[in-house]
Design a protein around this ligand. Structure first.
Ligand SMILES: *Cc1c(COP(=O)(O)O)cnc(C)c1O
Length: 370
């Protein structure tokens, strides 16, 4: 297909930001190392590009959610160690090993499958309170024994995952998870296993809980320059890597008292200029942002979305005198002049987190790298 500019709308990805965010995290957590988490297409930034930029910033590990995501990194020629964050299905273990992906294991069946597939190293995960995946402490001795009995498979890593590291008022819960993690290390030590690498922290853990850094931190959101929670903003110098920009495709004058978009939930109070922008909820711009009258930037100024966001387009109220024209730049997330809108700003309006905003920018939006 030709690269027709059929729609002037892009996600601009600042790879330099990913590199410098990774370097800043590495400096913060040293001597611990950084594993850059690039699951979900690098949180929407492009997995291969994000991985390459993070490795340039000093990450020494990568992590993904699924085997297919790991294979995509290998097929792009990325050679760094890649950790799978969940235990692969038995049927996927052979491909896991063939692509030199490092499986996480937490069941006896998983350990046997890894052994049978010829894995040389595994990371064992224990559930210390997230209750998503991981060996329950009660099963741990048995899983550890299976690794010992596997004959030669290295326990390269031992890890857990924190549930509330981004909430400063829940420090006691994080401390309790780390205490259970210590107990779990004693259990595997009693089975004769000494892991080479111990890890527990996500971005919030890495930033807010020095005791959780151990040998390696698994950072996703912070690598992309989005603070894991508003309370953790400013603790380390991060720069947002993703901007969402478009051009005005249509402009019209609308009389006072006219309803805009489906349902006419926005009614003009004076004659005004309405600009149309070619991005919609199918691209990850939530419909509710229009209900909330969230701003976009045009001409360096904040102007509210007028009416509900539609599937492919949204409208902006540019005010009575606006000299807005077709082709003008519209910034939905990012900077224009001195003004800035962040993924966190959207998240605040939508009662969600910055993660969901950046991961939600859909595949129809072309990524431009710089
Ligand atoms: C996604 C994920 C991470 C990264 O979390 P961030 O909060 O984005 O840093 C780390 N560890 C596990 C197990 C994950 O699933």
């Amino acid at each position: 297909m030709p690269e027709a500019a059929s729609r002037p709308a892009w996600a601009d990805i600042d790879l330099g930001a990913i590199t410098s965010n990774t370097a800043a995290l590495r400096e913060l957590v040293a001597p611990a190392a950084v594993c850059a988490v690039v699951k979900a297409n690098g949180y929407g930034h492009g997995a291969v590009e994000a991985a390459t930029a993070a490795l340039a910033g000093g990450a020494t590990w990568l992590a993904v959610a699924f085997v297919e995501e790991g294979i995509a990194l290998r097929e792009a020629g990325i050679d760094a160690p890649v950790l799978l964050l969940s235990e692969p299905a038995i049927s996927a273990m052979a491909t896991t090993v063939a692509h030199r992906l490092t499986p996480t294991v937490y069941s006896v069946t998983g350990v046997h499958a890894a052994r049978d597939a010829g894995a040389v190293a595994v990371h064992l995960k224990v559930d210390t309170g997230m209750h998503r995946v991981g060996a329950q402490p009660a099963w741990l001795a048995e899983v550890a024994r299976a690794i010992v009995d596997s004959g030669g498979m290295r326990l390269e890593g031992f890890w857990t995952h924190l549930a509330v590291a981004d909430e400063p008022d829940k420090d006691a819960t994080t401390k309790e998870q780390l205490r259970r993690f210590d107990d779990a290390r004693e259990v595997i030590a009693a089975a004769g296993l000494v892991p080479e690498i111990v890890h527990a922290a996500n971005s919030a853990g890495a930033i807010a809980h020095p005791a959780a850094r151990f040998d390696l931190v698994r950072c996703g959101i912070a690598v992309y320059g989005v603070p894991p929670a508003p309370a953790l903003d400013g603790r380390v110098a991060l720069r947002p890597a993703m901007s969402v920009v478009a051009e005005v495709t249509h402009v019209r004058r609308v009389d006072a008292g006219e309803g805009i978009s489906y349902g006419h939930r926005y009614v003009t109070t004076a004659e005004t200029t309405i600009a149309t922008v070619p991005l919609g909820y199918a691209d990850g711009v939530p419909r509710r942002l229009g209900v909330e009258r969230a701003p976009v930037l045009i001409g360096g100024q904040r102007r509210p979305i007028a009416g509900v966001v539609t599937m492919d387009q949204l409208m902006v109220d540019c005010g009575p005198d606006a000299a807005v024209a077709v082709g003008d730049e519209v910034v939905l997330i990012g900077r224009q002049g001195d003004a800035e809108i962040t993924a966190e700003d959207w998240a605040g309006r939508l009662d969600t987190i910055g993660y969901e905003v950046v991961c939600g920018i859909g595949p129809r939006v072309k990524r431009r790298y710089n």
